[in-house]
Structure formats: C-alpha cells, structure tokens
Design a protein around this ligand. Structure first.
Ligand code: GAR
Length: 226
C-alpha cells in the first residue's frame, strides 16, 4: 500500500476476520489517515484479515505459538518481528492473545487495543453475550492504551450503541463493530498527528489530561469521522 514516506509506521496485530484492519486500510486509501501500515501480523495462519492485508499490498507475517504455554518466548519473537518492521505504533485489532508484562512495557505508550465494550465494563471475552445477560441499556466499544492489566489501560475513546429490544448476540455485535470501525482509525489518526499520548495511567489529548474517556457522540464534527 503506497503511503508517504513521512507517514507513521504502524503494525496491526490480528487473529481473525480483520474488519477493523479493513477500516484502517480504507481510511488510509481515502486519504483520511496518514499512516504507513508496515506490517499485519496474525497468530493464526487462517485469519481472514491476512487476505485483506495481502490484497492491499501490505507485508504480512504469521507467528503461531510453537509452545502455546510459553508466552515469554512467543512475545520475544513477536517483539523481534514488530521491531524489524520499524513500527512506531502497534495496534491490537482483534489480537486474541494475552501479552506478557515485558512486551507491554517495551511498547508503553505505543500500544493500543480495541475492545468490544464500554470499558471498564465487560473486560475479557464474550462481551456482547454478557452485556445482554446483564440487561444494560447501552453497550459499545473502547480504544485504550494497553497496560499490564488485561483490558485495564487508560481509555482514550468510546462509542455507545443502544441495546434494542430483540437484540441477540449477533445483532448487537454487528452494531458494535460498525462503531469500532469509526473509533479505531480515528484514534490512530490522532496519535499520528501527535494529539494523543499516554501519560502514566492517564491520557493526554490536545495537551490536556482527560478526566474521562472521550465519547464519539461528543466530538466536534471535524473530529467525528476518520
Ligand atoms: C473486535 O470486535 C474487537 O473489538 C475484538 O475482536 C473483534 C475483532 O474483529 N477484540 C477483543 O475482543 C479483544 N479483547 P475484526 O477481526 O473483524 O476486526
């Protein structure tokens, strides 16, 4: 994928469908996101997202765990591969592995994740099912800086969706996915523009420390779409 030389090199880590990766690719193509996707890496060879990357001419890598239990060895290999790509921002876009503290510390402030819930609610897996079971009126997605605490790092931006009567796990997941495809490219755009950084356990955006995560619905129109 052709991008200007000065563009921020970004590695995207995936495990499956890659619809968030596609949203990033589409935003770059549309000229809305000035980054260079220098690597798409999957822990699963059959991840559909790898096809999306290849179709866009992006270098891909597959790193399957040789010894699934040895997280430290896997994460060392992962770090080598990412660092060799020259990436300066690492985006977890449906990368379904728990990362070691060493890995997370190495990329402190340069590692973001998209999670399918309004964090801090529903960390972990099966978030849509659990949101329905809990009877919440609102659900959504969050982009956050990654820390050693699983799904616990400072939240940058959230997008809400209403839970509708008759929703099942799939209808709700579809609506959440649609907002994910807005907030992930948008967050990357802010980061690439130098508007966003991690400051300890907090988020700094446009030079001020956030008291609460940003909300897609509250953004000015010129910030609302990537
Ligand atoms: C997304 O819904 C993302 O939020 C979720 O995986 C999905 C990947 O979809 N991530 C997590 O659950 C991480 N804890 P995609 O492959 O179509 O982008």
């Amino acid at each position: 994928m052709t991008s200007p030389r000065h563009a921020l090199p970004v590695a995207v880590l995936i495990s499956g469908r890659g619809s968030n990766l596609q949203a990033i690719i589409d935003a770059v193509r549309a000229g809305a996101l000035d980054v260079n996707i220098c690597l798409v890496l999957s822990n699963r060879a059959e991840a559909q997202g790898l096809e999306r990357a290849r179709a866009a001419g992006i270098p891909t890598a597959v790193l399957t765990p040789a010894t699934p239990a040895d997280r430290a060895a896997y994460d060392r290999a992962l770090r080598e591969r990412i660092d060799a790509s020259g990436a300066r921002l690492i985006v977890l876009a449906g990368f379904m592995r728990v990362l070691t503290p060493e890995f997370v510390r190495h990329y402190d402030g340069r590692l973001i994740n998209i999670h399918p819930s309004l964090l801090p609610a529903f960390t972990g897996l099966h978030t849509h099912r659990r949101a329905l079971a809990a009877g919440v009126a609102e659900h959504g997605a969050s982009v956050h800086f990654v820390t050693e605490e699983l799904d616990g790092g400072p939240v940058i931006l959230r997008a809400r969706v209403a839970v509708l009567a008759g929703d099942d796990e799939h209808t709700l997941a579809d609506r959440v996915h649609r907002v994910e495809h807005h907030i992930l490219p948008l967050t990357i755009r802010w980061y690439a523009a130098g508007r966003l950084r991690k400051d300890g356990d907090r988020v700094r955006f446009d030079g001020r420390t956030l008291d609460a995560p940003l909300d897609l619905a509250d953004l000015p129109a010129d910030d609302g779409a990537a």
